[in-house]
Design a protein around this ligand. Structure first.
Ligand SMILES: *Cc1c(COP(=O)(O)O)cnc(C)c1O
Length: 376
């Protein structure tokens, strides 16, 4: 077997990325320090404008995290106690957590086995008089089929909030993900496609009214300091993160293309292994592969993960437990078997290393190792 080109292959090597843009990043950080532009500074406004332009939308509002982007979106849209919000149980907990924080009820709809996204054909059955919104998740960077869900939302007069935390730069029919709903929510968590050097997030919207309300909510309910209009929270994106992100945004399309190239290479090398299901691609979608997630169909997913680990290859399970089976969400009353596809996926999925900085030889090595996996 070929020797590993690296001692270890991590899921993402953030330091490798930093080294490739070190000068630009160091300058960007220094610029903020020079003028102490830490909070509510021009650096944040600049990034907001750049993200809005990038997504071809009118407004962008920087916040503390992707979670807060979702939370403030729901809050600004008036989601409250007793409302129902439809989403998927096969996602990161933040998607459903924010619904609970507003004392509304998450109503789960199972996902499609190949796209890992909400099965649009199952949504209408779950709509009641209390339903106020739907949160589709563009999981792993694969754009959700927005035309179908937009039609459903329109027909039933529901808000649409896109959880695009993993999908910045992705497109559906040539339009940026995040720009279809009432709001689109992005996360700048370091391992996302556009990652900060800490926490951060942003909300995009075409509604001026909504953008203004979001700006007030993120800043203690005030437009003018000490003249608070309502109760809000402290959820600002800081100047240093914004300045770093402005630099990285210029590289994002190139980085997303590289992710797609690495995914294509994985696909071509893995396609003949009959116990592996590959991530779905679709002509109308530009998948940005925040994760490259396969389905291990021989029941040996956990064994494969351990085996890869021994060979120095990291892999991750996103997600090992669907939300309806977590202790935190048990109160909703769902049972084992409530969402069979999500439950099956949680036993099969395995995400392999992918990033713009991953090398072809590394992908080849990983596949080489997988090919030698024996499972009797
Ligand atoms: C990362 C992520 C979030 C939350 O973003 P944070 O910035 O970590 O708060 C929400 N939803 C999904 C699907 C995510 O992957």
């Amino acid at each position: 077997m070929k020797k590993s080109p690296l001692k270890k292959i991590p899921m993402v090597d953030l330091h490798r990325q930093y080294k490739s843009i070190k000068k630009e990043i160091d300058c960007a950080i220094f610029d903020v320090i020079k003028e102490s532009g830490y909070i509510n500074s021009r650096f944040v406004k600049k990034l907001e404008q750049e993200i809005a332009e990038y997504c071809k939308i009118k407004y962008a509002v920087g916040v503390n995290s992707g979670t807060d982007a979702l939370y403030l979106s729901l809050w600004a849209l008036g989601i409250k106690q007793g409302d129902e919000v439809i989403t998927t149980p096969f996602t990161f907990i933040a998607t459903a957590e924010v619904i609970v924080l507003l004392e509304a009820r998450p109503v789960f709809v199972d996902v499609d086995y190949e796209t890992y996204n909400i099965d649009a054909d199952l949504i209408e059955k779950k709509i009641t008089k209390k339903t106020k919104a739907i949160i589709p998740v563009h999981l792993f960077g694969f754009p959700y089929e927005m035309d179908k869900i937009k039609k459903i939302a329109k027909k039933h007069n529901l808000f649409l909030i896109e959880d695009a935390a993993q999908a910045i730069g992705a497109e559906y029919n040539g339009k940026r993900i995040g720009s279809f709903g009432n709001t689109g929510c992005f996360s700048f968590f370091p391992s996302k496609n556009l990652g900060a050097y800490g926490d951060g997030g942003i909300i995009i919207t075409d509604s001026k009214k909504l953008a203004e309300r979001l700006k007030i909510l993120r800043n203690h309910g005030s437009k003018i300091k000490y003249f608070n209009e309502e109760i809000g929270v402290s959820s600002r994106l800081d100047g240093i993160q914004a300045s770093i992100l402005s630099v990285k945004l210029k590289h994002l399309d190139k980085w997303n293309r590289k992710r797609r190239e690495m995914a294509e290479l994985y696909n071509s090398l893995l396609k003949n292994i009959n116990w592996i299901g590959l991530p779905k691609e679709n002509k109308s979608c530009n998948h940005v592969y925040n994760q490259y997630t396969i389905r291990v169909k021989n029941g040996k997913r956990d064994k494969l993960k351990k085996y890869l680990e021994k060979k120095g290859i990291s892999s991750m399970i996103y997600y090992p437990l669907p939300l309806h089976l977590t202790k935190a969400m048990r109160y909703l009353g769902y049972k084992k078997g409530s969402f069979p596809v999500s439950e099956k996926l949680s036993k099969q999925v395995l995400s392999l290393p992918i990033s713009a900085d991953l090398k072809k030889e590394e992908v080849k090595y990983i596949v080489d190792v997988i090919n030698r996996f024996t499972f009797d």
